[in-house]
Design a protein around this ligand. Sequence first.
Ligand code: URA
Length: 255
Amino acid sequence: MSADSRARSTKDTLISYLEYLSHYEKDLYLDSTPDFSALDAKQAASHTENSISGSLDPYPAHAPYKSLAEMESSIKGCLRCPLGSSRNKFVYGGGSSEAKVVFIGEAPGAEEDKRGIPFIGRAGKLLDHMLSEIGWSRDEVYICNILKCRPPNNRDPQPEEIAECELFLHEQLRILNPQILVALGRVSAQTLLRTKAPLRDLRSRLHKYQDKPFWVTYHPAALLRNQNLMPTAQQDLITLKKMVEEGITEPDSLI
Ligand code: URA
């Protein structure tokens, strides 16, 4: 390579890195002192204690991080929304960093909040069983949620919480770079696809989220409530496995 083209390639790399950073400028640095008006005094104090200088965001959603472990350790103390102050454990996600498939639920429940691991309660056990029926285990896929902290009484995620936490999901997906994403349940699907369409209209076709193919199936907790849905849900996973094996990523090529 000539000195000229080496210089050009260094310049191009530098420009694309600066462009990349500029996308996330807002997440890296707060323009002004954070607005704590929505927080109570205890939460606001805890925010201030955790912020490094008062102007640097202590939990940047896009560092960019080099690995899931690096990202988890730097954001696990997150207090970007009030759920940070009520959680027991931050539930980052778990599974293989090489996973081709990422399952996305809505938010941790009581058991997950206690142990810091996603989908380990009754619904999680059912998910494990359904994965084993198609010859997969949770160690070879990746499982996470839109929110990393448990909402009180398992209520639906609120728009302000999603606005803060979805940025973490984006970065997590950037690091993982899976082949396909799977929404577990209506709330996850509707939230990520920005739609109010019912689950029955969202299943059985491929959507896109963050430029990745996005499949929708039932939440295992819904299957616990209505066992009649089980065969259809299992069929969703069989189709998912087929798409992964055949490298199907485009809606039109779905069998
Ligand atoms: N429900 C979810 O959506 N996520 C979990 O991690 C557990 C239950």
